[in-house]
Design a protein around this ligand. Structure first.
Ligand SMILES: *Cc1c(COP(=O)(O)O)cnc(C)c1O
Ligand SMILES: *[C@@H]1O[C@H](CO)[C@@H](O)[C@H](O)[C@H]1NC(C)=O
Ligand SMILES: *[C@@H]1O[C@H](CO)[C@@H](O)[C@H](O)[C@H]1NC(C)=O
Length: 568
């Protein structure tokens, strides 16, 4: 350690300097030495501190596992880039993307493509006819309740009312509250109505956003800005249950916040509060819980998270994007519930999607804060712009007033009784599927419910069969369920359109499971090892992806998918 051996020397020099026996040249050398020592000590302190928090947060075993995973991922990444391997991988990725393109982008002689503005504008009738054609393109039948999540009500009356609301406010934009006073009023009322469902204290406030992702981005931004302003945190970190929505990871990437993931293991599939507590350090800006989470529909232990957040004086965000208008109605609809909202004093913000179980048109959500002490940190204000003093509450500048009208109309049309009734039907539908999986003789031995779902989502895995084969076979029957990974599973987010066809869904599941079981038996009888019938898309993607230590191939595939979305 060069620094420590130098330290006494420089101290001696200091005394010499006091004695007045040093020349200015020596004095300069001494100062350089001193600065170097200080920098070295700071450097050592910094790394000791990092090491300390790593060991405190993840323990010796956890840290070793982290290192092992990192090394394995890096080495596998290098292997994928080795000559020979690389070209092979690239060819296969290109093939898969092409296959995807053929599926998503219609082609063939009958297809017309519009790639530049029509020189002469179309007639209204022409536009209308084309719109009809586009709406009727072959698709998975959400209208018949075939899609998990995605379309949350699909009721004709409500849709008509929403469209009417759009029509009355087509040109409106809340950025001009003096020009569109009705829109400003509706927006404020939407926030107030949502707040009233979450045991909000007198001080509570909120804003509306374009969706759950923006709500979450805003809550994270506010926590980051608050920590910077009040505690000087410049290397922010947040702690997420691994099941928290990806929007938090997006926020981490966008706003440069380090993320710690906490495992959510069987049987409860909830993160252990003790693991979260260990990961807290002076850089922590936010704790997160879901009510419920997207993958498994499980409500995290918000009560104990709240206690922890309160004790450590940290903000706690509860993601109720999915729970939205069902969570607050659970008890009234006659189901078990758990504390999750502002009634718990550690909860400082909640995201609530009006466009999920609030049945508002897509593009609408809210984020609520315990007080303006949190909300003020998400505002953007530019006092000195040549374009004028500029202030906006969230990411967007101009915003569609029509959507606000659509959202407001949906909320007041449904009313408390409408939402209680919907919660009753939707959670009832989930419970029906849960009961079938737990007790139906053809399902109970091969499928297993993940945790104890209380809301609208039910996830299940299979200890005996390839769950992705089941997803693919359900696909072939016209159902679109969500495939999950780690652990491999499927989930169904029950919506009103699904409620109407739950019996058919269970019937098809029984058939599919028996089919897959039969195929598996045949494969084993043939002494087959692995290579059975051709795998479906889900099995092909997740079957391979799940086993890869480095998912750069999956990243390439997903990028190809995004590119495909913009192909004419
Ligand atoms: C849907 C959802 C979100 C937000 O998603 P958006 O698609 O941006 O509205 C956030 N959290 C959970 C748990 C969700 O299910
Ligand atoms: C894969 O490995 C490479 C280098 O080995 C690394 O840069 C990359 O981040 C890894 N990607 C993923 C998705 O793990
Ligand atoms: C509805 O959506 C728009 C943008 O998508 C957003 O700007 C607005 O604030 C939202 N309003 C409500 C009431 O949620």
């Amino acid at each position: 350690m060069p620094g420590s051996s130098r330290l006494p020397v420089s101290l001696r020099d200091t005394f010499n300097a006091r004695a007045g026996s040093v020349k200015s040249g020596q004095l300069a050398a001494l100062n350089v030495d001193l600065v170097r020592n200080i920098i070295f000590i700071l450097f050592v302190l910094r790394w000791t501190r990092k090491l300390f928090y790593q060991l405190k947060g993840r323990g010796l075993i956890g840290s070793s596992v982290d290192i092992y995973t990192y090394v394995r991922r890096t080495l596998y990444g290098l292997f994928l880039r080795a000559p020979g391997v690389r070209t092979k991988v690239q060819t296969q990725v290109a093939e898969s993307i092409l296959k995807l393109e053929r599926k998503l982008v219609p082609s063939g002689p009958g297809i017309t493509r519009i790639t530049s503005l029509p020189a002469q504008g179309w007639t209204e009738d022409e536009v209308r006819a084309k719109l009809d054609e586009l709406a009727q393109m072959e698709h998975t039948r959400w209208e018949d309740g075939r899609v998990s999540g995605a379309v949350y009500h699909g009721g004709d009356d409500l849709m008509r009312l929403q469209t009417e609301a759009f029509g009355k406010f087509t040109v409106s934009n809340p950025i001009h509250p003096d020009v569109f006073p009705g829109v400003r009023k509706m927006e404020a009322e939407v926030v107030a109505m949502v707040l009233s469902l979450f045991n909000a204290p007198e001080s509570a406030v909120g804003v509306t956003t374009s969706g759950g992702t923006e709500s979450i981005l805003m809550a994270v931004l506010s926590a980051r800005n608050k920590a910077y302003a009040e505690r000087g945190v410049t290397s922010p970190e947040m702690i997420l249950p691994e099941t928290a929505h990806t929007a938090f990871r997006k926020a981490g990437e966008y706003f440069k916040i380090k993320i710690h993931l906490v495992a959510c293991n069987a049987p409860s599939y909830k993160p252990a509060t003790s693991s979260i507590s260990r990961l807290i350090n002076p850089n922590t800006i936010l704790l997160v819980g879901s009510a419920p989470n997207f993958p498994h529909g499980i409500i995290d232990d918000i009560t104990s998270l709240s206690r922890l957040a309160h004790k450590k004086k940290l903000p706690l965000h509860v993601d109720c994007c999915l729970g939205s208008f069902i969570m607050p109605m659970l008890s009234a609809a006659g189901f078990d519930s758990e504390p999750f909202d502002f009634a718990l004093k550690g909860v400082t913000s909640i995201s609530v999607d009006t466009h999920k179980y609030g049945f508002a048109p897509k593009g609408n959500s809210t984020v609520l804060y315990r007080s303006d002490e949190y909300r003020k940190y998400q505002y953007f204000i530019a006092p000195d712009w040549p374009g004028g003093v500029y202030a906006s509450p969230s990411i967007a500048g101009s915003r569609p007033g029509a959507l606000i009208a659509g959202c407001w109309a949906s909320l007041v049309k449904q009313g408390t009784n409408g939402y209680i009734d919907a919660a009753h039907k939707i959670v009832g539908g989930m419970k029906k599927i849960e009961a079938a999986i737990r007790t139906h003789p053809s399902l109970s031995s091969d499928l297993k419910v993940v945790g104890k779902p209380l809301v609208s989502v039910i996830a299940f895995l299979s200890p005996t069969l390839d769950i992705y084969d089941i997803a693919d076979a359900m696909n072939d029957k016209g159902w679109h369920l969500n495939a999950l990974q780690s652990p491999p599973a499927i989930h169904i987010a029950v919506t009103l359109p699904i409620v109407a066809v739950v019996d058919k869904l269970v019937e098809d599941m029984v058939e599919v499971v028996e089919d897959v079981k039969e195929k598996e038996r045949a494969r084993i009888a043939q002494g087959g090892s692995g290579k059975g019938a051709a795998k479906g898309d889900t099995a092909a993607l997740y079957g391979v992806a799940g086993s890869l230590p480095n998912k750069s191939v999956v990243v390439d595939l997903a990028k190809g998918f995004l590119d495909t979305l913009y192909k004419v």
